[in-house]
Design a protein around this ligand. Structure first.
Ligand code: ADP
Ligand code: MG
Ligand code: MG
Length: 666
């Protein structure tokens, strides 16, 4: 999770007093780096996934499942291989927000070979095994997006007690001890977000109204020690949560791609943006919060609300006096501007004009300048005393400070200083799935989309207000089947032919057309499989794969991934969220009151554990998953790439060196 600087964190007051300093030097650092690296080219397409795991302790006697607060010691063991062999380790481990979480990535990024797709699942399996080896009896790693009873009663092992009147979060439900203790960043962010906002964050998620759910549903929060602040923030008919941990304590699946140069990175950033809501709906896996069934299927708005550090002035609740801007979104939210094409950026962008001018004066183009000046409307929310004074010629920590606490759907990552890493783009919305098979399938699907986009020059870009509307739809219960999403009709050309006189726009290539003729509302099934003139994402990938040479094992694996995603899109298979809802509502203890009891939680997590542990060993396992997974899961995933295939890599590298790009270099 972002920049981990060692040292002593400043108080919020001191951090705030250095905010302009951090911004000023952050921008200088960005300008220096940008100038140095903007012409960097011929990088190869590298990519890698990030999976976040929760450590869960099962108690079979008492039928409870709790979060095990062991991440610090588990990480020490997990990271040993990397420490001993910094250049050669199969997996990489990092801390995450909570002391029950760890984040695992492949030891090194994957490359441009088709055979690399066949490594992903095996590496994810290895990661799961590595964690398991560090755990004790009845402890398991689960790649679970949201722990159903997080913040409900006694949900941790060892037991923890919230401190509503003291500490970083002041939560009624979530003790500071649940925040990762091995690094001060996480606690500091929690405290500073609350102090900056001037009150605790208030997270409200609509409750799923079942036949016996009280109406209106409104909890008496004095029972948890509330003295009024929480009750004021809690909305009727919503599940109320009150700290960063409820959001940042969720797990996700992210994928990062390296482009061959900055232009390609900007293209990917833009063209992948409209896919964010689609992939969020397709991966929906988090219907339960604080022990209640909610009416949403995904975590996104929960995290967004959980780190919303805007003051009342910034939220537009009071006239601007102390603050500079009214800000339309939390710092964890969807992107507000594109990087390669201006006309679709129809959100009224809030950005710092002085910083923008400084960037323009330094010769940086309008779109990148706007993007960065937008990120820099935020304050740094953690600062370490050792890091205040930096060498702007060499360091980029001040830039990274602001960049890494703008948690948006997409992230544009400049190359780190003094490294051989190129321009990268991170795709951040996906929910993590229970099995390695599913996580590998979504990761692979997305990487294949990047290749399809670049190879065929596809245009998915639509106005950002429509992408935002889609995101709101993607949160909803069963969005994958019930909602329609704005999607571009003609993805092969820059714009559609003009059909009416009003709202004529100039497209990137100079032609003119009507903006609203470019997109229409489609179901996810149509988007994935195609309809009428729209080819569909899977047929496009299949077309691309036909053009590539693929070894038999990889081909078999890819086929299973695509079939699986196809089945999720059509509703033949359930999303994890739907599967969990069905499990809870058909549980004998469930009282149609939206409550997920300890026993239901235990049984649900036992089922999750069984699915994620036995996915490849139990031949009868499928019969039991109730349409979560395909009838047979048997990919040919492997730990290594065959020698013959490796030779191909050399040829690809040579091609890139010659042409400067992998995709358009023929
Ligand atoms: P974050 O910014 O989210 O902390 P990291 O930089 O730690 O992310 O890495 C995210 C992913 O990027 C990992 O899967 C890693 O394997 C992958 N990765 C590392 N180097 C590169 C690279 N040069 N190009 C693309 N992906 C990379
Ligand atoms: Mg992470
Ligand atoms: Mg990440």
């Amino acid at each position: 999770m972002g920049l981990l600087t060692e040292g002593s964190p400043l108080s919020w007051k001191d951090t705030k007093s250095h905010a302009d300093h951090v911004r000023k030097h952050g921008i200088i650092q960005f300008i220096n780096e940008f100038k140095r690296l903007r012409n960097r080219t011929k990088d190869v397409l590298y990519w890698g996934d990030e999976v976040e795991y929760m450590l869960v302790k099962l108690d079979h006697e008492n039928k409870t499942a709790k979060l095990s607060l062991k991440a610090e010691s588990v990480l020490q063991t997990l990271q040993q291989v990397e420490k001993d062999h910094p250049d050669d380790h199969p997996t990489t481990w990092r801390p995450e927000y909570a002391s029950y979480m760890v984040e695992g990535t492949p030891g090194k990024p994957y490359g441009g070979l088709m055979a690399h797709f066949n490594l992903v699942e095996a590496n994810m399996r290895r990661r799961r095994m590595e964690i398991k080896e560090c755990l004790g009896k009845d402890e398991i790693p689960l790649s679970l997006t949201a722990f159903p009873r997080l913040g409900s009663g006694d949900f941790t092992k060892p037991q923890t007690t919230p401190t509503p009147d003291a500490g970083a979060s002041r939560s009624l439900f979530f003790s500071d001890e649940v925040i990762f203790q091995g690094h001060p960043r996480f606690r500091t962010l929690t405290r500073n977000i609350r102090e900056r906002r001037g009150e605790k964050v208030a997270i409200n998620v609509p409750i799923f109204k079942d036949t016996n759910t009280p109406s209106p549903f409104l909890e008496d929060l004095t029972q948890y020690g509330d003295k009024g602040e929480s009750q004021k923030g809690a909305k009727p008919d919503h599940i109320y949560m009150d700290c960063m941990g409820f959001g940042m304590g969720c797990s996700c699946l992210q994928v990062t791609f390296q482009a061959c140069n900055i232009e390609e990175a900007r293209t990917l950033y833009d063209q992948l943006t409209p896919l964010c809501p689609i992939l969020l709906a397709l991966t929906a896996a988090s219907p339960i919060y604080r022990g209640f069934v909610s009416d949403l299927d995904t975590r996104w708005t929960v995290i967004s609300q959980s780190v919303d550090d805007r003051t009342e002035e910034e939220r537009g609740l009071k006239p601007l006096e102390k603050e500079k801007f009214v800000i339309n979104k939390s710092r964890y939210d969807s992107i507000d501007s594109y990087l390669s094409c201006d006309i679709y950026s129809d959100i009224d962008l809030v950005y710092d004009r002085d910083i923008y001018q400084q960037l323009i004066d330094a010769g940086i183009d309008d779109l990148v300048s706007r993007h960065v000046a937008h990120l820099f409307i935020r304050d740094p929310i953690s600062l370490f005393s050792e890091k205040i004074h930096q060498n702007d010629e060499e360091d980029t920590d001040h830039f990274e400070n602001i960049q890494s606490t703008n948690w948006q759907t997409m992230r544009f990552k400049p190359p780190p200083p003094k490294s051989n890493i190129g321009w990268r783009v991170e795709f951040r919305p996906m929910e993590v799935q229970l099995t390695d098979f599913e996580n590998a399938a979504y990761t692979t699907f997305l990487v294949l989309m990047t290749r399809v986009i670049l190879t065929f020059g596809l245009k998915f870009i639509i106005p950002l207000t429509k992408v935002d509307e889609n995101l709101q739809r993607a949160f909803k219960r069963d969005a994958v089947l019930e909602q329609k999403f704005y999607f571009r009709k003609d993805i092969l050309t820059d714009c559609s032919p003009p059909e009416a006189e009003e709202c004529i726009i100039q497209c990137c290539d100079g032609r003119q057309c009507r903006l609203q003729d470019q997109y229409t509302e489609m179901t996810i099934n149509d988007i994935i499989h195609g309809k009428d003139d729209f080819p569909g994402l899977i047929p496009l990938i299949e077309h691309y794969l036909e053009m590539e040479e693929i070894d038999i094992d990889t081909s078999c694996t890819l086929k299973q991934y695509l079939n699986f995603i196809s089945a999720r899109a059509s509703g033949k298979l359930k999303t994890t969220a739907r599967w969990m809802r069905d499990f809870v509502t058909s549980h004998p203890d469930y009282k149609q009151d939206s409550v997920v009891t300890e026993t239901i939680n235990y049984d649900l997590l036992m089922k999750c554990a069984k699915i994620s542990e036995e996915q490849f060993t139990n031949e009868h396992f499928q019969a039991d998953t109730d349409k979560l997974l395909p009838p047979v899961v048997e990919t040919k995933t492997s730990d290594e790439i065959p020698q013959a295939v490796l030779k191909q890599q050399e040829l690809i590298n040579k091609k890139v060196a010659r042409n400067g790009t992998l995709m358009n270099g023929n």
